[in-house]
Write a protein that binds this ligand. Structure first.
Ligand code: AMP
Ligand code: MG
Length: 333
C-alpha cells in the first residue's frame, strides 16, 4: 500500500491508459470514472488483487463487488445468462444497470462475498470503456470511497477519501448520473427483483421485460439476511458524519426560520436573498440535476460547519425513488 500523501491523477491520454491497463493486469488498484459514481477497480479474475479493494476501502468481505466488462462476448465467462438478462442487456447496456446472475467458476469467490451469484455491468463512461478494452479482463469495482461514506462523483472526492490508500486515479470528470447503478436480481428470469433503485427505473425495467419487477426488500427483512442481500442496501450507508434530517415538505420560509447553525437543503433554488445556510440540489428542482448534485452537496455540507443537514425529499416517481433511497440511508442512525 503506498504511503505517499496523494494518489496520482491521470487525464487518460492513450499512453496513460496503456500504463493503467498494465497496472491493472499486474494486480494493482486503479480508481476509475463511471457514469454512476467513481469505482475502485481491480482485475476481477485475480483474488489477490480484489482483496486489496476490501482493505483500501475498509470494506467487510461480506459485501460483494460489481464486475464490469467491455463487451457482451465476455459475459458468458463471468455469469450464467438467461433470456431476461439478454433483453435487459439489449435495452440498457452500456449503462447504469447491474444484473445479479449465477456466478461462473472463473470469478473468484471473494468478488461475490462467497455467494453463488455475481453482479455484472457494462458501463457507459467512454474513458472507462477504453480502459476496459485495453485491460482485456473484467474489472471488479465497488464505489471508490471509504466503506459507508458518501460515494464519490469526482476524482477529487476519491483523492479526499482514499488518496493515502491508493496510488492511481483516472479522472474522467464529474459523474453524469451521480447515483450508484440500479441493481436487479434476474437469477429467476420470471421473477426479477429490484435490489437497489437507480437511474434506470422500475417502470423502465418492467417495460423492457414485459413483467412486474418487485420492489427493493424492506429494511426489517434486511437485518436478518447478512450476505444474502445487496449490502448497498445496508440501512445506514452513503452517510455524512453530520446528522441528516429529512423533510417531506421543506419550504423556503421554514428554512429561513430554521436554526442558523444547521444547513437547509431545498429541492430548488428559492427566490430572494438571505441564503447563508440555505442550499438547493438543483436550481430548477430537476430530478436528474438533483441526482447529479446529491452526493457532492452532502460532502460539501459535511465539513463541520453545520450541526445538522436538513434535506427535502424528492417528489415524483422514477428517479425520485433512487434519490430518496440514498437520502434515507444517509439519514439512518
Ligand atoms: P457499491 O458499488 O460500492 O455499492 O458496491 C457494489 C454493490 O453491489 C454491493 O454493495 C451490493 O449491493 C451489490 N452486489 C454485488 N454483488 C452482488 C450479488 N452477488 N448479489 C447481490 N448484490 C450484489
Ligand atoms: Mg459503495
Amino acid at each position: 500500500m503506498p504511503k505517499s500523501s496523494a494518489a496520482r491523477l491521470y487525464r487518460g491520454t492513450p499512453l496513460e491508459l496503456v500504463r493503467l491497463a498494465r497496472l491493472l493486469r499486474a494486480g494493482e488498484l486503479v480508481a476509475v470514472p463511471t457514469e454512476t459514481v467513481y469505482g475502485l477497480a481491480a482485475n476481477a479474475l485475480d483474488a489477490r488483487a480484489c482483496r486489496k479493494i476490501f482493505s483500501a476501502k475498509g470494506r467487510p468481505i461480506t459485501d460483494p463487488l460489481i464486475v464490469h466488462f467491455h463487451a457482451l462476448a465476455q459475459l458468458d465467462a463471468i455469469a450464467e445468462t438467461n433470456g431476461a438478462a439478454r433483453r435487459l442487456a439489449k435495452a440498457f447496456w452500456p449503462g447504469p444497470l447491474t444484473l445479479v446472475l449465477p456466478r461462473r467458476k472463473s470469478v473468484p469467490a471473494i468478488v461475490s462475498a462467497g455467494l453463488p451469484s455475481v453482479a455484472v455491468r457494462m458501463p457507459a463512461h467512454p474513458l472507462f470503456r477504453r480502459l476496459l478494452k485495453l485491460v482485456g479482463v473484467p474489472l471488479a469495482a465497488p464505489s471508490a470511497n471509504p466503506f459507508g461514506y458518501v460515494s464519490p462523483t469526482t476524482a477529487q472526492h476519491v483523492q479526499d477519501g482514499l488518496g493515502k490508500k491508493i496510488a492511481h486515479i483516472l479522472d474522467g470528470g464529474p459523474a453524469k448520473i451521480g447515483l450508484e447503478s440500479t441493481i436487479l436480481d434476474v437469477r429467476d428470469p420470471a421473477r426479477p427483483r429490484l435490489l437497489r433503485p437507480g437511474a434506470i427505473t422500475r417502470a423502465e425495467l418492467e417495460a423492457a421485460l414485459g413483467c412486474r419487477v418487485s420492489a427493493p426488500p424492506r429494511r426489517a427483512e434486511e437485518k436478518n439476511r447478512g450476505a444474502q442481500l445487496a449490502p448497498g442496501l445496508l440501512k445506514r450507508h452513503y452517510s455524512p458524519r453530520t446528522p441528516v434530517v429529512l423533510h417531506d415538505v421543506l419550504t423556503a420560509a421554514a428554512a429561513r426560520a430554521g436554526l442558523r447553525d444547521e444547513a437547509w437543503v431545498l429541492a430548488a433554488k428559492p427566490a430572494g436573498r438571505n441564503m447563508k445556510n440555505i442550499f438547493w440540489l438543483d436550481a430548477r428542482g430537476d430530478l436528474r440535476g438533483t441526482a447529479r448534485q446529491l452526493f457532492s452537496t452532502l460532502r460539501q455540507l459535511d465539513d463541520g460547519r453545520f450541526k445538522k443537514i436538513h434535506v427535502a425529499l424528492a417528489v415524483g416517481d422514477g428517479l425520485a425513488e433512487a434519490i430518496n433511497d440514498r437520502l434515507r440511508r444517509a439519514a439512518a442512525r
